[in-house]
Write a protein that binds this ligand. Structure first.
Ligand SMILES: O=P(O)(O)OC[C@H]1O[C@H](OP(=O)(O)OP(=O)(O)O)[C@H](O)[C@@H]1O
Ligand code: HPA
Ligand SMILES: [Mg+2]
Length: 179
């Protein structure tokens, strides 16, 4: 049963729905007359992305990337390995990277720089969750849903050993499961 692994529900389904709608309205306003490419980072971002894009009342394109950190050596450089690259060029495009969570910031720090280097016209970041206590690199977050404490989070795309991504709320996992 899910109750056994959950320490606390941090964000309820209703709170997520309301916030996703607000973020969608904000992005819709900011991108009037533009046709941004929404880039989802697999797999965690898929749940948030699929809800968010239905709140965008502008023409958009969707693309995906899958990345994995290089392990210990990447912790200082923040270099990540690209498992699946984008299908389309970002040159001259307005990009919105969508993430489920920013933790150390290493993944997004690297990706934002990469897309800028590839000639994107603009690169903005939209994350559902922000865990600022764990940040290792400074990162400008343009759109953020909720600030969360330094706990291991599951649900709404976030996994623990690939499970619990399908929960429609965001919860902290009991410490005994990951410590
Ligand atoms: O800010 P950071 O410390 O870089 O951490 C955030 C990244 O870690 C998680 O992905 P994960 O590698 O677990 O892959 P997943 O989305 O497939 O679960 C999350 O979805 C972000 O992409
Ligand atoms: O708290 C988390 N939970 C799941 N995946 C994650 N990736 C970075 N931080 C987290
Ligand atoms: Mg994960």
């Amino acid at each position: 049963m899910e109750d056994q692994i959950i320490k606390e529900i941090l964000v309820t389904e209703d709170q997520i729905k309301k916030r996703v709608k607000e973020l969608g309205e904000q992005i819709t306003k900011d991108y009037q007359g533009k046709e941004p490419v929404v880039v989802g980072i697999l797999k965690g971002a898929v749940v948030f992305l699929s809800d968010l894009i239905r709140e965008l009342k502008i023409p958009i394109h969707i693309d995906f990337m899958a990345v994995s950190s290089y392990g210990k050596s990447s912790m200082s450089t923040g270099e990540v390995r690209i498992i699946k690259d984008l299908d389309f060029s970002v040159e001259g495009k307005d990009i919105i990277i969508v993430e489920d969570i920013i933790d150390t910031g290493l993944t997004l720090g690297y990706l934002k720089e990469l897309l800028n280097k590839r000639g994107a016209k603009s690169v903005k970041i939209c994350t559902l969750l922000d865990k600022p206590e764990r940040r290792k690199v400074d990162i400008d977050v343009d759109y953020k849903g909720f600030i969360i404490p330094d706990e291991f989070i599951i649900g709404y795309g976030l996994d623990f050993n690939e499970k619990y991504r399908n929960y429609s709320f965001v919860a902290a996992l009991k410490e005994e499961y990951y410590k």
